[in-house]
Design a protein around this ligand. Structure first.
Ligand code: GLN
Length: 284
């Protein structure tokens, strides 16, 4: 069978199973050790039997056993970087790339050229903290997580991507209580416990990294209650959150930091997704 035929058949199968057709190319890239461009150049080549078998072995797990493609291939592309992912860490999402981008914009707008101390709380795969450090050399990043298994993956990612950041293990703010930051970023678990979550997500990704209490706001409350202790005189808190939490996030920000300026941003899907809280000596 030629690659073209394999791709067409597999994509049709994905559509029939109501799965992502894009999974086919991702998986073929992985199985053949080729980029999609290389694959497209060889569409009329015969598929070797071992490649065919390995492909379908994994593809069937995706189609019929509900396993995420990123866990099958062991990697996820985030901000152009390849991150290793295992079931110990959340698979990085597109929205989180937007959070990183917006944090970088705010660095440029308010701290450009200065060295800043940055905290990425609940780092998971390390995607936020590592990407920030790679994109902005003036960011001195500390990343934390409660899960030692997640931190082990984050450390591997840090090494393989050539970043240099510090990792601390512990619950919420506890490991950084003796530090002070200019920029505090977190994408904590934020799905309400009561929400229906698709099996692909709930049955595979670490539930510790998904659920944020009854209303999805548990971790923002815990953070906002004490984060003042770890902020410099002029600091920005940057959160990703659920699409329906704009008003709740503004209310929480104002509860803990009545004098702060609060900014809520939409993601590319037009959903309220990020909140930035300017704490301390700002003239904004
Ligand atoms: N910060 C990590 C990410 O954005 C993990 C988030 C989480 O575990 N909720 O992917």
């Amino acid at each position: 069978m030629k690659y073209l035929k394999l791709i067409q058949e597999a994509e049709a199968l994905a559509a029939k199973c109501e799965k992502e057709e894009s999974a086919v190319i991702l998986l073929l890239e992985y199985v053949t050790h080729q980029s999609s461009t290389e694959l497209y150049l060889h569409l009329y080549n015969e598929v070797p039997k071992d490649i065919y078998d390995t492909f379908y072995n994994l593809f069937n797990k995706y189609l019929y056993h509900n396993e995420p493609i990123q866990y099958l291939t062991g990697k996820s592309c985030f901000y152009g970087y390849d991150f290793k992912v295992t079931p110990d860490v959340l698979i990085p999402r597109y929205e989180t790339e937007e959070l990183v981008e917006q944090v970088l914009y705010r660095y440029d707008a308010h701290f450009k050229g200065q060295k800043v101390d940055v905290c990425d709380l609940a780092t998971g795969s390390g995607c936020i903290g590592i990407t920030l450090a790679l994109e902005e050399k003036n960011m001195n990043v500390v990343a934390t997580d409660i899960s030692s298994a997640a931190l082990a993956i984050a450390k591997e990612n840090c090494k393989s991507l050539g970043a240099s950041i510090e990792f601390l293990e512990g619950d919420m703010l506890e490991p950084v209580l003796n530090r002070k930051f200019d920029i505090f970023v977190s994408n904590p678990p934020y799905i309400p416990e009561t929400e229906d979550v698709m099996a692909l997500v709930k049955d595979n990704e670490p539930n510790l990294a998904l659920f944020g209490g009854e209303d999805g706001l548990k971790f923002y409350r815990i953070i906002l209650k004490d984060v003042g202790k770890v902020l410099k005189n002029k600091a920005i808190i940057c959160f990703e959150h659920g699409y329906d939490k704009k008003d709740a996030m503004i209310a929480l920000a104002k509860e803990y930091f009545p004098n702060s300026k609060v900014e809520v941003l939409k993601d590319l899907e037009g959903k309220d997704r990020m909140t930035f809280i300017y704490v301390g000596e700002w003239n904004v």
